[in-house]
Design a protein around this ligand. Structure first.
Ligand SMILES: [Zn+2]
Length: 256
């Protein structure tokens, strides 16, 4: 008898988890109303310069994102005029769980669960209610070397975004934010993870152009502008990027 009850309880839990995931997927891809993306700044190292940068942050630092999504959605004929709204939420003092160093399915799954648990407990309330939560982890503006890899989770509709605390980096920062936001809507990366070179053709802004290289813009989910077979530039602003056809299909802006 107990065994039957236990199995029944497990089945109920599975059904709830499964239907929540389906609901979230439907919500994130139905584009019936603007999706609210709320940004939560975090000072990773706790230094004074980054603190000062976060304190002066306003909507102006993220002002390119809404019109960018608007223009790109219009290009694909999406009936919704404003696909996303970007809201600057309260800054957070708590650091997210560290991303595992070793690659592996198990550690990735464990981290994603920890991250969702952390987000559920620590995210400050904000209005309007967020559809997507992006945690902006700021590094000192004079930090040398590559930033840790940003992560957008489609399940849970959240992302961890590593950025430089510097006004000069405001353009590239918005490219990274828009890229991670698109992951939460179901878009996949379009670059080779070992070389970081955009994948052809889906990672090219104008794959039909002749000659193919150099390209003038980046596909947002490829993240870089290919200029030579083994060389790609980081776009300086969202104006140097487009949302490619394949990405538009993945986020359900156009039918496959
Ligand atoms: Zn990505």
């Amino acid at each position: 008898m107990f065994k039957v009850i236990r199995i029944f309880v497990l089945l109920v839990i599975l059904a709830v988890v499964g239907s929540t995931a389906l609901m979230q997927r439907w919500q994130s891809q139905s584009w019936r109303r603007p999706q609210v993306i709320t940004l939560y700044p975090i000072n990773l190292q706790g230094d004074a310069a980054t603190d000062a940068y976060i304190d002066q942050l306003s909507d102006a630092a993220f002002a390119d994102i809404e019109p960018y999504f608007q223009a790109e959605a219009r290009r694909y004929g999406l009936p919704l005029d404003t696909p996303v709204r970007v809201v600057l939420g309260r800054r957070m003092r708590e650091l997210p769980p560290p991303v595992p160093r070793e690659a592996g399915v198990m550690s990735a799954v464990t981290w994603s669960l920890k991250m969702r648990w952390w987000a559920w407990r620590k995210t400050p309330p904000s209005s309007p209610v967020p559809d997507v939560r992006l945690y902006l982890v700021y590094h000192p503006g004079d930090f040398n070397g590559p930033l840790p890899h940003s992560t957008g989770l489609e399940k849970g509709r959240m992302g961890l975004v590593h950025l430089f605390a510097s006004r000069a980096q405001q353009g590239p920062n918005q490219v990274v934010i828009a890229h991670e936001a698109l992951h939460t809507f179901g878009a996949s990366d379009k670059y080779d993870p070992s070389t970081l070179m955009p994948a052809f053709p889906e990672g090219y802004a104008s794959p039909d152009q002749q000659p193919t290289l150099p390209q003038a813009q980046a596909e947002l989910m490829a993240g870089r502008i290919p200029v030579k077979p083994t060389e790609a530039r980081i776009p300086a602003s969202l104006g140097q990027t487009v949302i490619g056809r394949r990405t538009a299909e993945e986020i359900n802006w156009v039918r496959k």
